[in-house]
Design a protein around this ligand. Structure first.
Ligand code: FEC
Length: 307
């Protein structure tokens, strides 16, 4: 029954060329062009990570590891993966048209972000649903925050770093789990997002057998309204004031290297930590780890189990 299934794999998207950054930024801002200063600020962040973001290349490789795993489980071409980006080409709606043109009969909607919020994953799924317009059955995946494979993989990534520290140092090596901040108004709407991140962190810590962990938000947007805190920079300031000299940052809300990891953590948070006299290490992103392909394939199968 697997034949003719489509997986619409969705991610944030990134500009393909420097000259596309303004259009990309305008799209993120719902059609309002950024000021010259805002645009230059964004361009300077891309410059700092080498010109552009590797996100699109990594997203394509993530689709490839998922496709390989689905081929292995269900035969070549039974389940085909299509990429749809939120803010760049190929857009979600374009992917839906491709799926229909290929004659695929049912569509799983899966976002490359494990934690559900109506303001993040929810908006991808809404857009896919709107573009599909009931032309095929749609099976949305809302959350894969506690998939056992994800928990194990994040725990392994943390262990890689812990091993670099002596046994004595490991006694005092807190883990900070982070995810993208969202506007504070989601809290009044009882959005599950903060709890989703907490559940991931709690499970990973349980696997590691530690109670030495905390949570923080990162990469808040440059808008006027208040965003959820504590931001990672404030968190580090507080931890330094409390006497911590080292920490592991695990950006559990992201599955790829991109601007928010390579700039906000590896450049900005690192610089801030140095000024505070703190040593911080970030866990390696999941990127195109074949284990991620297996996790996503499980999640796809889970979404279709009642069909
Ligand atoms: O590597 C890259 O080129 C792309 C990195 C990137 C990721 C990402 C993830 C999320 N965002 C989310 C929400 C918002 C909201 C606004 C917003 C603004 C930006 C800007 C850039 C940007 N985001 Fe992003 N986001 C990435 C990049 N994001 C660049 C514009 C400059 C700035 O504010 O820093 C505010 C929109 C507005 O102005 O009205 C809201 C959420 C995620 C995590 C989940 C996901 O991946 O979808 C939520 C990666």
């Amino acid at each position: 029954q697997w034949a003719n299934t489509a997986v619409l794999l969705m991610a944030y998207g990134t500009p393909a060329r420097r000259e596309d950054v303004e259009a990309y930024y305008t799209h993120i801002r719902h059609g309002r062009p950024p000021s010259q200063a805002e645009l230059e600020d964004l361009l300077s962040r891309y410059d700092a990570i080498g010109g552009l973001s590797p996100l699109w290349q990594i997203t394509q490789r993530q689709a490839a590891v998922l496709q390989a795993e689905l081929n292995r489980r269900h035969g070549v071409d039974a389940v085909k993966v299509y990429l749809g980006m939120k803010h760049a080409h190929p857009f979600i709606a374009d992917a839906i048209e491709e799926i229909l043109a290929d004659g695929r009969q049912r569509v799983v909607g899966l976002v490359l972000a494990p934690h559900y919020s109506a303001m993040s994953v929810g908006t991808y799924l809404d857009e896919a649903k709107r573009a599909l317009a009931d032309r095929r059955p749609f099976f949305p995946v809302e959350s894969w925050a506690t998939h056992p494979g994800l928990i194990t993989l994040l725990a392994e990534r943390i262990q890689e770093i812990r091993r670099q520290f002596s046994d004595a140092e490991q006694q005092d090596l807190p883990i900070i789990f982070t995810a993208h901040s969202l506007p504070q108004r989601i809290l009044a709407l009882k959005d599950p997002y903060p709890d989703e991140l907490k559940r991931t962190g709690d499970r990973v810590a349980e696997v590691l057998g530690t109670t030495h962990y905390t949570f923080s938000w990162q990469s808040a947007g440059r808008t006027r309204e208040p965003w959820m805190g504590p931001d990672i920079l404030e968190k580090l300031t507080q931890m330094a004031a409390d006497g911590f000299r080292q920490a592991i940052i695990c950006p559990a809300g992201f599955v790829a290297d991109h601007l928010e990891v390579l700039y906000d953590l590896d450049i900005q948070a690192q610089q801030h930590a140095r000024q505070l006299g703190m040593h911080i290490e970030r866990t390696r992103s999941l990127n195109d780890d074949p284990a991620l392909g297996r996790i996503l394939a499980d999640v796809v199968e889970g979404a279709l189990q009642h069909d």
